[in-house]
Structures are given as structure tokens and as C-alpha cells.
Design a protein around this ligand. Sequence first.
Ligand SMILES: [Zn+2]
Length: 524
Amino acid sequence: MPPQFLLFSQISFLMHSNMRTVKALFSVGILTVSCLAANPPAEQNEVNQVIQAALQPSPLQDNLRRLTDEIGGRVPGTRAMQHAIQWGMQAFTAAGADAVHTEGFELPNSWSEGATEMTATTAHLISNASLGGGTSLSTFPVHAVSVAWAPALAPVKHVPIVDVGEGTEAEFAKAGDIAGKIVLVHSHVLKTWADLFAEYAVAPPIIDLAVKGKAKAIAFIATREHDILYRHTNAVAGEIDRLPMVVIAREDGERIGRLLAAGNLVWADLSIPNQIGGPAKTSNVIAELRGSEKPDEFVIIGAHLDSWELGTGALDNGCNAALVVDALRAIKASGVTPKRTIRFVLFSGEEEGLLGSRAYTYGHRPELDRAAGVIIYDSGTGKTTGFSIGGRKDYLPIAKALISPLEQFDVKDVKLDMEWGMDHFDFMLEGVPTFVADQEEANYLENYHAVSDTYDKVDFPQLKKHVAEAAALAIELANLPQKIGPRLSRDQIEQTMRDTNSLDELKAFGIWDDWVNGRRGRQK
Ligand SMILES: [Zn+2]
């Protein structure tokens, strides 16, 4: 769900971001290539067979209903996530997989929120002498949730709140001494991918300043209106953050801001009893349709199965986990045999830093030369407009040709963008050809990671089209005479980073160091 609409110049100020579920991108603009004839007629028929099979009635809705309503939000390390993994295995088996298995990995810490509580108290003068004059106190509840993977805070009382505006260095300086206080950070209402990108980008420097000033905690005003709260994290690899932090309802936060601006003192009582434990075990779920001619070569179609838990993770990303299952069903039901193996992967640990797909690429490095493409969906059910292919000019023309059967769904664009924040990322850093679905915002952003991300928000007619797109692209990649592109060498990968003007962003996100030191990406 990348902010692919952002140009490099627009995002270059967003330094020090460690944005996660947001899809950063390093845009070089859209290249268009005249459409090639995608396939000879016989193969075109096979693609159409798969598309038709995808559009037939299926268990898609019921699968997603069970995942979201019955199992609910799915944080790795919880029972719900374990149930979701079982759901994935059963759903793949029922869809007709040749084989299904799980591959386990660990997050460095488990984390769950307790009963976060916050109240604010303000003092105001009573000027009417007949009421006795003097000072009166008012107390009101503040709707608050902990930021994910943030530390706990034992109950504190009467802690002064200090307004630091939007949290720039100048505004922190103007706020004066913040030691032992709760800093209130303002925000803008979220409307576009660019806004979401900015929300992630601004947090780390704010945390730096709050830590430096020895603040007690940070209260980020929510970017959604109407008391909607959402789970946010600034951790990049499941590590525990440096300071207790909450997201507070926009209405409560703005009220506190107005009180402070009018000269009233405001104090808070705050308790954040997060439960933090040792390493959390979780698993990716992998199903296969075996290739008839080149079974050792493989295409991956993937989506993350984990989610945050305030809502039930329907748009992010249950709908696309159900899509992956239904794509398997559609290909199987079409009667078209893939020549290469297709792996259908439900990743875990995405929300904590792409940990499942990262673990997968580490574990499968020896066979990544045989990877023939990775397709990822991770932006709710807004209409697919095209695919981003991670700077791979070498297969741009053929990619354009492969999506030509999807023009009936208005899928038209192939972009060279290198994006971050989705499960294709570590495959891209390993030189494997990737396809990330670019989608319209639709209702994704207002419900993003929020209490309102539930089954009723899913656009099923649109999701069915996405099943058709994903299944069609997977069978095309699996049945091309030659793999769509080679696995790039380390030097070639680095060249695509340069060609797409990605270096500044990779450095800002802390990925460049990992790349240079060989902790992430292709080794040679
Ligand atoms: Zn997601």
C-alpha cells in the first residue's frame, strides 16, 4: 500500500523514518512501454481460465469471516495467532494444495497491552464570588492506547502535560523543561498515503527529543477523528522501544491542547500496564501447487496473516491472506497446471518489522536463484491500479505484457518503484523479481490499524477481482518459457537502488547499514 504517489522530492525531508507497515517508496516515475503480445493464444486461454475460475463463488467470504470475527486480531505469540496459523493450514488444504507446512521463527520479545488508563485534570478560576471564588478542578477521561512494543509505565499521578506542537526541535526547545512530564504531540488528520508515510516518519525524531529531555511519556494525538484509536509502532525489528507512549483520541488531545494554550495547567494520571515477555514463537504458513515441468523453480504469492488487535485485521491484512488462499483454489479449480511450483505464503510478524518474510528469505537463501517472482498484496481492498517491480528495468516490458489480461480490471500501470514496508522487501534485497500490488486508498487509511478495521469494511466484489489478478499473474510467471528475470547480483541490486534514487531513504530508515554490513540482503 505504498505512497507511490510521492515523488522523491516530496519525501526527501522525511528523514529518520523507520516506517513499517507503510510502504515507503523511492520513486523514479512511471515508465510506460508499448504493450507486447503477452502470450500465444493457447496460453492466453489458460490465463482466462484462471480468471474465470477466480470469479466463481468460493469460500473467500466465509474464510475471512472465520479469520476476523471468530479468531480476531492476530499478534504473533498470542493464542489468536496460533489459531490463525491453524486456519491457514486448514484453508489451504480445503482449497486443494498439494502440500501445506509451517516454518517457525522467533520475535525477540512478546508484547501485549494491559488496561491502559489516562485521565486529565485541569484547574480553572471561579470568578463569580457568589459561588465562592477560588479555583476549581475538572477531571475528564482521556481515551488512550499504548503504542505497540513500547515499555510499560507503572501508575503515575498528577504528571504535568506539556504541549510540544508537532514535535519539531524548535517546538521542543520552546516548551522548555520536559523532564518527568508527559509531552503532547499534535498531528494532522490522515487522508492520503503521503500522510501515513509522514506519520511514521516524524515519530522517531520526536522520540529522540523526548528521551533526551527525560520526558516521562509521550501522548501522540490520533490522526483519526471520532475517538478512533489505533495501534502504532515505531519498533523496527520487534525490539522494545525507549519510552512509554500512548496514542490518545483526537478529541481529547485537542481539548488538552486548547486548555494549555489558554493558560490552564493540565495534569494526567496515567497507567500503561503492558505485558512484555521473552522471545515469541510464531510461524509462516506455506502451501504448494507443484510445478509439472520445473518443480524446483517457484513463484511466490504472499500476504501477511498477522495483524494488530484493536480491530480484527480485516483490511490489514486478513482480506489478502484470504485472497492468497482463494488464488490457490482458483488455479486448482481452473484445471490449468503450473509448470513451475507456486508457493502460497502467509507471513507472520509483518507488523513488527517484516520479520516473517525476512526469516523466509534467510532460510531459503540457497534456493533463491530458482525464484521466478514474488507477488505481494497488502493494501486492503482498494482497486489495484498496477504493480511496482522494485527498479527492475530488465523485465519491465514483459511485466507490462503479463498484466495486459488484467486491463479488464483497470490494472494498467507497471512502476519501477522500490518500496519498503511490505513482505516483498527482503526478496527484493536478495535480487528476486518482485511485484507489489499498487492500490487506491479507498477506506484503508481511516481504518488502518484501528478499532474499526473489521470484516464489514471489506469490499468483496473488488477482492474477488484481486484474487483473479493475483492468480492470473502467478500462473503467467509460473508458465513463462524462461523465468521473468534473473536473480540480481549484489552489485546489480545496489545499482537498482541508485537508479531509483533510493539511497537516502535506505540510509534514513537504517537499512543501508544492514545492507553494507551484510546483515540484510544478498551476500555477494
Ligand atoms: Zn499490512
